[in-house]
Design a protein around this ligand. Structure first.
Ligand SMILES: [Zn+2]
Length: 192
């Protein structure tokens, strides 16, 4: 899937979790940091692609992108597996613990969850594409839904652009409209 679909899917997944989980109080800083972490998590697995947006925007990004690609075993490898999810989850946890003194008003535990929800949504979304996802590395088999490759969608193709992406927007609108009073309570009483 393309980066914009991944970011929308990450936001949709986060929204669904917020709506279906019991409400909890959090600071506005936590909300903003969680949204940012969620969007980063949504595209993080694709840093194994030398063409990833991150590498485009960095000086000497092409070089580092290629080097990183090799380290991670090429596209759709370590970063697209449960092992990679655990590894990145651990590294992000360490990073959050390290920067916590700089951001005392942020609940980094919630930020971590927002990151993980974004990253997990990436693996789920990529499972619907032809390439599949090596979920159970070091077992290298790339799995997908549906299991038959020909029935899966092409990254950046018409089905992604005209069905998956608009479909996610419809899901988001439905989530907001059908849980509107719940969201209002969240905004009014739980965010400070
Ligand atoms: Zn991917």
């Amino acid at each position: 899937m393309t980066a914009r679909t991944h970011d929308l899917a990450a936001l949709t997944a986060l929204g669904a979790v917020v709506i279906f989980e019991p409400l909890r109080a959090m600071t506005l800083s936590t909300v903003l940091a969680a949204l940012l972490a969620n969007q980063i998590g949504g595209i993080a697995p694709d840093i194994d692609q030398p063409t990833a947006p991150l590498w485009h925007n960095l000086p000497a990004g092409k070089f580092f992108g290629k080097a990183f690609d090799k380290t991670m075993g090429g596209h759709r490898f370590l970063t697209h597996s449960i092992l990679g999810l655990a590894l990145f989850g651990f590294l992000v946890h360490l990073l959050l613990v390290f920067i916590q003194p700089l951001i005392p008003h942020v609940n980094t535990g919630l930020v971590w969850w927002a990151y993980m929800i974004g990253m997990l949504s990436h693996l789920i979304m990529d499972s619907f594409t032809k390439e599949g996802v090596p979920w159970f590395l070091p077992i290298p088999a790339k799995l997908g839904v549906p299991p038959k490759k020909a029935w899966r969608i092409t990254t950046g193709g018409a089905i992604e652009s005209f069905i998956v992406f608009p479909g996610l927007i419809v899901v988001d609108i439905w989530l907001v409209v059908s849980h509107y009073s719940h969201l209002l309570i969240l905004v009014h009483n739980y965010i400070y």
